[in-house]
Design a protein around this ligand. Sequence first.
Ligand code: C2E
Ligand code: CA
Ligand code: CA
Ligand code: CA
Length: 280
Amino acid sequence: AKKFGGNRVEFFRPGMRSQQTDRLALETDLRRALERGEIKPVFQPIVRLEDRTIAGFEALLRWDHPRFGRLNPADFIPIAEETGLIIDLGIFVLERTARELAAWQRALDVTPPIFASVNVSSRQLLRHDLLNDVKAVMTRSGVHRGTLKLELTESLVMENPEYATQILQRIRELGAGLALDDFGTGHSSLAYLQRFPFDTIKIDKSFVRPDARGARPTILRSIVSLAHDLGMEVVAEGAETESDTIELYQLGCEYAQGYAFGQPISALEARKLVGAPPEE
Ligand code: C2E
Ligand code: CA
Ligand code: CA
Ligand code: CA
């Protein structure tokens, strides 16, 4: 049985409905959910450690299901990937995020400008014209060059490294940023890392947080210096406490993201936070 955390509705109840039935129900619902506006991105701040100002936000999808309550990506992204609905979801989150980013940038005149990052799934990169989507969204929204970023995991790019490199090069040339997500969790290939055109490494929270014995993983320092040697900036994920934050800064990470700086918030709340007017 699977449980949602916090005060979320418990969804897969043992002995009640089978997971298979629930999955089918979700699959059908997912098709309509987008049109009905039940799915939307929330935005989690990414903080510049030097001065603890907001450098950007990561868009994370949520589904407010009419019966099951708020669902996290783990509950519906896999279904979206298998059914192909991830393509429409992906375009939606790109468009929506670029629109918010443009509003933040109009309100905040800072150098470098505020950025936004969006997660990309395997199917979007390898079996769809992602390049074209990114181009369209960047042109229409008028966001600053380099401020709309895509986050991709190692396992995704390693599915087809040659093809991924080609597409990613062209996406970079368009002026989008590229972050390697969840670094350290996959089968990292240092040789490939050098060939992929990433500008940012996001270190997975499992390398950021102290382990069961309370020790900070020793590999953290190596990952940070590797990233810097390759000319990349570092975002540490899962910064939950003040001591996480201080150590990450001392290790030379440029940015941190995590509950220490805030949970993901709605588009409206993010606008308030950066001083942008609410949606017209
Ligand atoms: P991710 O890209 O690694 O996103 C970070 C996850 O860590 C988010 O979970 C976030 O809420 C959570 N998190 C943030 N700060 C902390 C912290 O301090 N401590 C801990 N323990 N966790 C923290 P979330 O929102 O449930 O997203 C899960 C995954 O779903 C994401 O992992 C991403 O891979 C995927 N996802 C989310 N939105 C999208 C999307 O639009 N498209 C695609 N393809 N995948 C998405
Ligand atoms: Ca991510
Ligand atoms: Ca991540
Ligand atoms: Ca993850």
